[in-house]
Design a protein around this ligand. Structure first.
Ligand SMILES: *[C@@H]1O[C@H](CO)[C@@H](O)[C@H](O)[C@H]1NC(C)=O
Ligand SMILES: *[C@@H]1O[C@H](CO)[C@@H](O)[C@H](O)[C@H]1NC(C)=O
Ligand SMILES: *[C@@H]1O[C@H](CO)[C@@H](O)[C@H](O)[C@H]1NC(C)=O
Length: 456
């Protein structure tokens, strides 16, 4: 039974943060970091965290301005300030040691916990959590506008929206929205550098129909099960085409369960390994599928996210309310997006290309949940007048032999590009490319953002 004292405490907590703090921000004394909460809507508090690249690395000329990368995590429900930052691209790794190939050497970095409810971003009432991609993007638009007020450097630093997995869909839709506001003059002091899509959740139908054949071709799916898994993929596609998005998500989840059982638990992030084999890798597709968040959270303990975020970082950032506990994944946020989760964003990518926005797609070779072959399938369908020429071009193999240290006999990646579209195939990488192939990811983002930073 709850004691009156504990009930009073609950009440007190509610009183302490009525509607959350209003927009607040803070920063390190040397100006190299800033963070804060913005309030896009009543009861919604979004946390952002900005890092400025250190001197003497940060060189900027009018011809080659220093870029800013805004990183959007997948899930929906994964936290950028935690996973993107400490697991993938931030200045410190999961042991709080310097990361050699941090993207901060190439760009200022911004991590935003989105949608609200994720990481340290919180809603004062559950009713304020988002139920659609558009709502999530509208909150992100407010965050970007707040960032323009908070970060003077943004005026002269082109902004690149980088989205991994489900974050890719947010990046695309956010870019469409930003371009509109920039065009009509609502936003006058931002240069949208481009959009970068990492193993992005852009066309679920094109992914679901490939799972069976891909896993069969690499000897990872029981050959007796191929037909069944294939049929389920076709059903996913049909349901999406019929606009039955929640039903499609259910079929897709069932399909993943069948794959799990008929492959003896292949890791959907990387077909070379099993579920749970690599605690870092095991989580990406689980975040995306919401299938076993408890397992995902357990694996996160392996690199001690809980200690980092709820002890070290919470203390450091000071303005996080006591009652807010950082979780690696928020299942509720995932579930509330069920009517939009399977909606594609291929049309929007085509719009961006037609508007001249730079679009870079990068793709881990070993990913299953977002398979390279499925990504190629939606790229082929892009309504953009450069697509035919793009598809006709050869791929350029990358050995990185412009770098004395990283020159390799072995091909590290392929790139194909034409006009404002570039596609990178990153070899030996699964769903989270910067985790598996940090140097190739570093080189990819250097080129995608035209960073004047040094790459070796
Ligand atoms: C951009 O414009 C807004 C609105 O006029 C202003 O509040 C903000 O300070 C400007 N930001 C930058 C980075 O110049
Ligand atoms: C999730 O994973 C945990 C740990 O492996 C397991 O105990 C639990 O039964 C799983 N839950 C579901 C719903 O599969
Ligand atoms: C770098 O980007 C340009 C422009 O998209 C492209 O033509 C080129 O192939 C890329 N090169 C590498 C090595 O990534």
């Amino acid at each position: 039974m709850e004691s009156p004292a504990s009930m009073a405490l609950v009440l007190l907590l509610c009183v302490m943060f009525p509607g959350g703090a209003s927009a607040i921000s803070a920063g390190s004394s040397d100006g190299s970091q800033r963070w804060g909460y913005t309030k896009p809507r009543h009861n919604v508090n979004m946390l952002w965290w900005w890092y400025r690249s250190p001197q003497p690395l940060r060189v900027s000329t009018p011809a080659k301005p220093w870029p800013t990368v805004l990183w959007l995590q997948g899930g929906p429900g994964g936290s950028s300030t935690g996973r993107g930052n400490f697991l993938e691209i931030g200045p410190l790794d999961g042991n709080l040691q310097p990361r050699e190939f941090t993207w901060l050497k190439l760009a200022d970095l911004i991590f935003v916990d989105a949608p609200v409810g994720v990481g340290f971003s919180y809603a004062d009432h559950r009713s304020a959590l988002v139920k659609s991609d558009d709502q999530a993007v509208s909150d992100l638009m407010s965050v970007v506008k707040a960032l323009l007020r908070e970060l003077p450097s943004l005026e002269s630093s082109p902004l690149y929206l980088v989205g991994e997995s489900y974050g890719g869909k947010f990046a695309v839709k956010l870019a469409v929205s930003l371009v509109k506001d920039i065009k009509d003059g609502t936003i006058s002091n931002l240069t949208l550098g481009g959009v970068v899509l990492g193993d992005a959740w852009i066309s679920p139908a094109d992914y679901a129909v490939w799972y069976a054949q891909l896993l069969n071709a690499v000897s990872r799916l029981n050959d007796n099960a191929v037909g069944h898994v294939d049929k389920m993929g076709i059903k996913v596609k049909e349901q999406i085409e019929a606009g039955q998005f929640a039903a499609a998500q259910k079929t897709w989840t069932d399909q993943l369960d069948v794959i799990d059982s008929k492959s003896d638990s292949v890791n959907m992030d990387n077909f070379l390994i099993d579920t749970g084999m690599n605690p870092v890798l095991a989580t990406g597709s689980q975040l995306l599928s919401g299938r076993n968040i408890s397992q995902a959270c357990q694996s996160a303990l392996y690199i001690n996210f809980d200690d980092i975020m709820n002890k070290v970082i919470k203390l450091l950032l000071k303005l996080i309310p006591k009652s807010i506990v950082w979780h690696e994944a928020t299942l509720e946020v995932y579930e509330l997006l069920k009517n939009d989760f399977m909606k594609p964003a291929v049309k929007e990518v085509g719009e961006l290309l037609a508007l001249g926005v730079s679009v870079t797609v990068y793709q881990g070779q070993l990913d299953v949940i977002v398979p390279a072959i499925g990504v190629e399938a939606w790229v082929r369908k892009l309504k953009w007048d450069g697509i035919k020429t793009f598809l006709s071009l050869p791929r350029q193999p990358l050995h990185y032999c412009d770098s004395a240290i990283h020159c390799s006999q072995q091909i590290k990646a392929y790139v194909r590009s034409y006009k404002n579209l570039a596609f990178y195939w990153i070899l030996g990488a699964g769903h989270m490319v910067p985790v598996d192939q940090p140097y190739a990811a570093f080189r990819m983002i250097a080129n995608a953002t035209q960073s004047p930073g040094k790459t070796d």
